[in-house]
Write a protein that binds this ligand. Structure first.
Ligand code: TXA
Ligand code: MG
Length: 353
């Protein structure tokens, strides 16, 4: 199969390309498309075969459910049952936007899409290409992140192409995404709203809308000890994800100490004949004396850190570095989300200095 690239990065969006992509979806094919978080790999959420194709293209275990992307609140009502009032409150506050809600499903969405679960994850993306595709196709679109299972999520069309070229029908290239980390997932099926995956919409923002909110005890975000034995509720959070090829260690603590610790670790690794990558900020980059240093962003601009994280991990994969040392980024708003992804990429390997 040849994967077509449809360039929709310029305004106004090329509607012919949206129509072409919509026809592919309606015929049961797969189209990758941009959202405000990361690129998604889309298929018709009501079509079992399309969902099977998504799992096959990604090499994803079929018990890891997909997120259904919609463009109208009524579509959530159409595919759910026992929808709690909090769903409307959260949708009014955050949709379209980077929030996914897990609710009880009805028969409309097949088990192939939900990995066999009786619940379904739903979100309304805040991206004009994604919304146009949902509207034009008339499909609710099942879409996991458009990467090969186990690789960092794609934040550019070229990342999707690297992983899925030849395996999917088309990629809508909408340029670089906005946020760069996957959506916050909340579970609305229990008494208390529970965060299953941290993202741009954080605990405080959710509490302002629905009151009590808790974090799934199986999730680590760097601000507390990892709950030993607790199993994350979102199946995808149980897999070792986002794993770079190089062995990644996070070094945290006061900046001067972190820089000297990383310099020392880097020299030791180089002496052993290993190649080293370092994830630094614009302020610290010059202070590293050896290794391949990449700047993730500016500590005062946490959006830049979230935006560049996956691209940097992919760059180190391309360079085939043996070990990677990263500074720690417990920033105010997205710190939990950033550290959650970084800790997973590091297989929880951290050094406190
Ligand atoms: O920002 C995003 O959410 C992106 C864009 C494309 O929308 N999508 C994304 O999808 O990150 P994916 O498949 O890479 O991650 C979906 C996560 C997985 O961890 C999965 O286990 C969880 O959502 N999930 C999906 N349905 C669920 C359900 N019914 N109950 C619990 N977790 C669910
Ligand atoms: Mg994913």
């Amino acid at each position: 199969m040849i994967t077509k690239i449809l360039d929709v990065s310029e305004e106004p969006i090329n509607i012919d390309y949206i129509k072409e992509a919509s026809e592919i979806l309606k015929k049961g094919g797969l189209v990758a498309f941009p959202t405000e978080t990361v690129y998604g790999l889309g298929g018709d959420a009501t079509d079992k075969e399309a969902s099977r194709k998504i799992y096959a293209a990604k090499g994803r275990p079929s018990d890891n459910p997909l997120i259904v992307h919609i463009s109208k609140f009524e579509q959530l009502q159409q595919i759910s049952k026992d929808l709690p009032d909090t769903a409307k409150l959260l949708a009014d506050a955050f949709w379209p936007g980077p929030l996914t809600m897990v609710v009880n499903k009805n028969k409309f969405i097949p088990y192939e899409t939900t990995g066999g679960l009786d619940t379904v994850a739903v979100r309304m993306p805040n991206n004009p290409v994604a919304l146009a595709l949902i509207n034009e196709s008339g499909c609710m679109i099942a879409a996991p992140s458009a990467n090969t299972s186990g690789r960092p999520s794609p934040t550019k069309a070229s990342h999707v192409y690297e992983d899925l070229s030849g395996k999917i029908d088309a990629i809508l290239d909408g340029g670089s995404v906005d946020i760069g980390l996957e959506s916050t997932i909340v579970d609305l099926t229990e008494d208390v709203v529970t965060i299953l995956r941290p993202g741009y919409i954080n605990m405080d923002m959710l509490r302002q809308v629905v009151g009590e909110v808790r974090m799934d005890p199986g999730i680590s975000c760097g601000d507390k000890d990892i709950s030993v034995g607790a199993k994350p509720k979102a199946p995808g959070m149980r897999y070792k994800h986002y794993a770079p090829k190089g062995d990644l260690t996070i070094v945290s603590g006061q900046e001067d100490k972190v820089v000297s610790a990383i310099n020392q670790l880097t020299s030791q690794a180089i002496a052993k004949g290993l190649s080293v990558g370092i994830i630094a900020t614009s302020a610290s980059a010059d202070r590293y004396t050896s290794g391949k240093v990449l700047v993730i962003g500016d500590r005062e601009d946490e959006a830049s850190i979230a935006h560049n994280l996956y691209d940097i991990l992919r760059q180190f994969d391309e360079e085939d570095v043996d070990v990677i040392f990263s500074e720690s980024f417990a920033t105010p708003q997205m710190g939990q989300a950033i550290m959650n992804r970084l800790l997973k990429a590091a297989g929880q390997q951290t050094i406190e200095v």
